[in-house]
Ligand binder design. Structure first.
Ligand code: FEO
Length: 386
């Protein structure tokens, strides 16, 4: 396996994970990559490593350029094991290397994961001279771990951004302009929605911290490298991190005997009739990690569940728990559902929507048994009047 030169003397030496289909439950239908970069300078510098199961792939790519024992520095931008997991393996091959990590949390995290090595902690604004080039460190705490940081090389105008701006996308092509742009943006949005949505404020701080840097390349920790569409990904991050919502709706439901499903279809069509496009998600067949992608930029959210054993369906409870963790902001929501008796689920869904931070914009829709045409018409009118 060969290294890929991304700029003179700078190589991608990461690993492509073609088969990965779940990342902590986030469904990754297009696989991923763990990107590591090798800079050949007076001091040979490796930026990040790869998941431990791909350590040999990393070593092989590095070895296609230099003898790995010559590595002087390993920059660890982030302790999470998909980036740091091969540090112990690499240290067997470059025992003289110093590991650079953020203070205090990178240092604490790496020691807790891997024990004692030659570490050097850095703070925001610290600069490491590696010869003809320097690396400046910009800490990005809680984007998305306490230790997270990015590294900037001003002589090359490259931002080594780790998780930020990344996507779970396996490809033989390393650059944005070599891949399908629509797929790339969809995967970048899915990555942001599932990994970073909770950290919008921190994302804003990070965007401000790098706003004045001259960036001609964003070398991400996952997926492809941005070089031709940097304004587009910055604009997208600005929109996503501020919850700049579109006039769109998302309808999510589970159903037992199709009555809540009839309500869901009616609600989606009522939104559409109002000129508000609605995405329709049946939780039995759609994955929550896809649903939250649309929620990230849609103003309206309708969630439906019938009642089972006095509760909402566990599928909807799981979805709402996931959504609550991501802490969406600014959404207008309501609950709906059909029931046979009791009908407790609809109020429970409404409570969870409130706990998610949603503003309840419509009285919960509770329909006994099978909705009638009159009831459906009434719901349509209510949505028209929203
Ligand atoms: Fe890609 Fe937070 O690790």
């Amino acid at each position: 396996m060969q290294a890929i030169e991304i700029k003179k003397g700078i190589y991608w030496v990461g690993a492509v994970d073609w088969s990965m289909r779940s990342f902590h439950g986030y469904q990754t239908g297009r696989g991923s990559s763990y990107n590591a970069y090798l800079i050949i300078d007076d001091k040979i510098t490796l930026i990040d490593t790869v998941k431990s199961t791909f350590a040999n792939e990393l070593l092989e790519r590095i070895s296609s350029v230099i003898d790995p024992s010559r590595i002087d520095y390993i920059i660890s931008n982030h302790v999470e094991p998909d980036h740091s997991g091969s540090i112990p393996f690499m240290m067997q091959h470059c025992p003289a290397a110093t590991i650079i990590t953020s203070l205090p949390n990178g240092l604490k995290g790496l020691k807790a994961h891997y024990g004692e090595y030659a570490y050097k902690g850095v703070k925001a604004g610290d600069i490491l001279n590696i010869g003809h080039r320097t690396l400046q460190f910009v800490t990005t705490p809680m984007l998305h771990w306490p230790d997270s940081m990015v590294s900037y090389c001003p002589e090359e105008s490259i931002l080594f951004s780790n998780d930020s701006f990344g996507q779970h996308l396996a490809s033989t092509k390393r650059f944005d302009d070599e891949n399908d742009f629509a797929i790339l943006m969809q995967e970048a949005k899915k990555y942001y929605a599932n990994i970073l949505m909770l950290y919008g404020r921190q994302a804003q701080t990070a965007i401000k911290a790098v706003a004045d840097l001259d960036i001609k390349m964003i070398a991400t920790g996952h997926g492809i490298i941005w070089r031709s569409h940097i304004p587009e990904i910055f604009t997208a991050y600005q929109k996503w991190s501020t919850f700049d919502l579109d006039e769109k709706a998302v309808v999510v439901f589970d159903s037992m005997w199709h009555s809540t499903e009839i309500l869901a279809k009616n609600i989606a069509e009522a939104f559409a009739a109002r000129g508000i496009p609605a995405a329709y998600y049946d939780i039995k067949v759609d994955h929550m990690s896809d649903i939250v992608v649309d929620i990230l930029t849609s103003k309206y959210l309708a969630v439906g569940s019938p009642t089972i054993n006095n509760q909402m369906m566990p599928s909807i409870a799981g979805f709402l728990s996931y959504l609550k963790g991501l802490a969406p902001k600014g959404h207008k929501a309501f609950a709906f559902g059909s029931y046979g008796w009791g009908g407790q689920s609809i109020a429970l869904v409404e409570d969870e929507l409130k706990a998610c931070g949603c503003d309840i914009c419509l009285e919960k829709i509770r329909i006994p048994n099978i909705p009638t045409q009159e009831q459906l018409k009434e719901i349509t009118e209510k949505i028209k009047a929203l």
